[in-house]
Design a protein around this ligand. Structure first.
Ligand SMILES: C[S@@+](CC[C@H](N)C(=O)[O-])C[C@H]1O[C@@H](n2cnc3c(N)ncnc32)[C@H](O)[C@@H]1O
Length: 205
């Protein structure tokens, strides 16, 4: 993949995604997770300190070896077992109806074929399971959207294909999820084009 993508970018993500603004959002999105959880785009494990005690096991799906290595300390500090068992959310190596819940934080922007990944999530979630998500995406306001379209090519080049213009909630709905909880907001302390967030819970319809 190249030195920048393999070695540098996961370290940038570890720092950029660990800003203090993100932490209350991580706490909120992890609330209610329980049982056997799959986390797609696990990165460097920044959600690990926020897993509720009701989570019995987490299966991490993450392509970046360096991200997984950077997660080491967080993994040692938790009593919840976490294993890395997949590299690509588009093709999940798990049987149907495996997990009680799924978690995705600032990852749906980057997965190249998001529709395939959402199809896979529906397949591996048990009936009645939940998908907890916080994602940045297409802003609700036209003036912010214009900036997002302008910045999108640069964003994709710098951040491993990350897109600013995905309408996350529409894509979840088109993929057959029903949104049961949703908060749409601009992240405090972040420029609006980068911080148009949707935080919520969805269930396979
Ligand atoms: C912006 S980072 C977010 C990391 C982490 N979720 C967090 O909140 O700190 C996006 C993550 O998605 C991962 N990713 C990219 N393509 C992926 C794919 N096809 N399947 C699963 N994860 C992917 C990247 O390696 C990266 O760790």
């Amino acid at each position: 993949m190249g030195l920048y993508t393999d070695q540098v970018l996961p370290r940038i993500i570890d720092v950029a995604c660990n800003l203090k603004e993100a932490r209350p959002q991580r706490r909120r999105v992890c609330q209610g997770l329980a049982g056997d959880v799959v986390e797609i785009g696990f990165g460097s494990g920044l959600n690990v300190p926020f897993y509720p005690a009701a989570v019995t096991q987490v299966t991490a799906v993450e392509p970046a070896d360096v991200g997984w290595k950077l997660a080491g300390k967080r993994l040692r500090d938790t009593s919840i077992p976490v294993c890395r068992a997949g590299l690509d959310a588009e093709t999940l190596p798990f049987p149907d109806d495996t997990f009680d819940a799924a978690l995705s934080t600032w990852t749906m922007c980057t997965i190249p074929d998001l529709a395939a990944a959402l199809r896979e999530l529906r397949r591996v979630l048990k009936p009645g399971a939940t998908l907890h998500f916080v994602e940045h995406g297409l802003a609700p306001d036209d003036d912010v959207r214009r900036w997002q379209h302008r910045l999108n090519p640069l964003q994709q080049r710098l951040f491993g294909g990350c897109q600013l213009t995905r309408p996350i909630v529409d894509l979840l709905t088109q993929a057959g999820f029903t949104i049961t909880e949703l908060d749409v907001y601009y992240e405090p302390g972040t420029p609006k084009p980068l911080g148009a967030n949707s935080l919520g819970v969805a269930r396979p319809s």
